[in-house]
Design a protein around this ligand. Structure first.
Ligand SMILES: Nc1ncnc2c1ncn2[C@@H]1O[C@H](COP(=O)(O)OP(=O)(O)O)[C@@H](O)[C@H]1O
Ligand SMILES: [Mg+2]
Length: 252
């Protein structure tokens, strides 16, 4: 963290309503390079809504989002991606009828040759299979045949593909919404190692998790949401684990 650099991401006084539900009530946050920021809160606190506003899935009703100090309008997930934001959603957005490689490159397929106009290029299927396989290999997740459809895979295998995709395309900010929720111990460890790696490569990482061990092990800073409000911010360690839990629960 360098004090002179603006945060990679800043959210100012964000409000989001879904009809009568006021999901975000003036939430602010800052995320810095080389930092893992844990986003904590009970179910319904507004965590997923907040990250979906940062990822271009929802638009905030009031407030501001700044990337590298510049206000941005993130009207779509594609706009967020081109601003350097990679997101692994809780409700995993993988397409059942596609293979892992196709899921991997969905929306950013490798095509060629480059001297042909875009519309006449063909997909570099083998290149994409190879690239996707290489990353998933790094994750050490056992997949069924690589050209199998995603529909045939377990929750853990799907999650691994989604996280792997984010690590490959990460440029600035990576958001992981409960990335270990569907994983066993060994797979969780791999994902946490990737989180470390993403931070060491200079990204800002926002990690949503209910696992306090993971928060204490990994997060440099944590913010807590409750019923759409930001109710706390601290540097997680063993000594304030209880304090974090009571912030989350709202019990003093
Ligand atoms: N698309 C939506 N339409 C209506 N209400 C929603 C929608 N998404 C979230 N909510 C509501 O917003 C509140 C916050 O939800 P969410 O952000 O998913 O919480 P968390 O991820 O912290 O569990 C909840 O009351 C939830 O029911
Ligand atoms: Mg959620």
């Amino acid at each position: 963290m360098t004090a002179s650099l603006p945060p990679v991401l800043e959210v100012r006084a964000a409000h989001k309503r879904f009809g009568a539900v006021h999901a975000l009530k003036g939430v602010g946050l800052k995320a810095y390079r080389n930092e893992v920021l844990a986003l904590l809160g009970d179910n319904g606190a507004g965590k997923s809504t907040l990250i979906k506003c940062i990822s271009g899935v929802h638009e905030i009703d009031e407030g501001e989002i700044l990337i590298d100090g510049q206000p941005v309008a993130l009207h779509s997930p594609a706009a967020a991606r081109s601003a350097g934001i990679e997101t692994v959603y809780q409700d995993l957005a993988l397409f059942d009828n596609l293979t892992p490689a196709q899921n991997f490159f969905c929306g950013r397929e490798i095509a060629g040759p480059s001297w042909l106009p875009k519309g006449l290029q063909f997909l570099r299927t083998r290149q994409m299979d190879k690239d996707a396989a290489a990353v998933i290999e790094r994750l050490k997740v056992k997949l069924p045949k690589f050209d199998a459809q995603v529909a045939l895979m377990s929750g853990g295998q799907r999650q691994a593909i989604a996280v792997a995709r984010a690590t490959v395309f990460a440029r600035k900010l990576v958001i992981l919404d409960e990335p270990t929720a569907a994983l066993g111990l060994r797979e969780s460890r791999k994902v946490l190692d990737l989180v470390d790696q993403l931070r060491d490569e200079g990204n800002a990482v926002i990690l949503i998790t209910h696992n306090m061990e993971h928060v204490v092990d990994l997060a440099d800073r944590a913010i807590v949401l409750r019923q759409g409000h930001k109710v706390g911010e601290l540097r997680p360690d063993r000594s304030n684990q209880k304090e974090m839990v009571s912030m989350i629960m709202g019990a003093e």
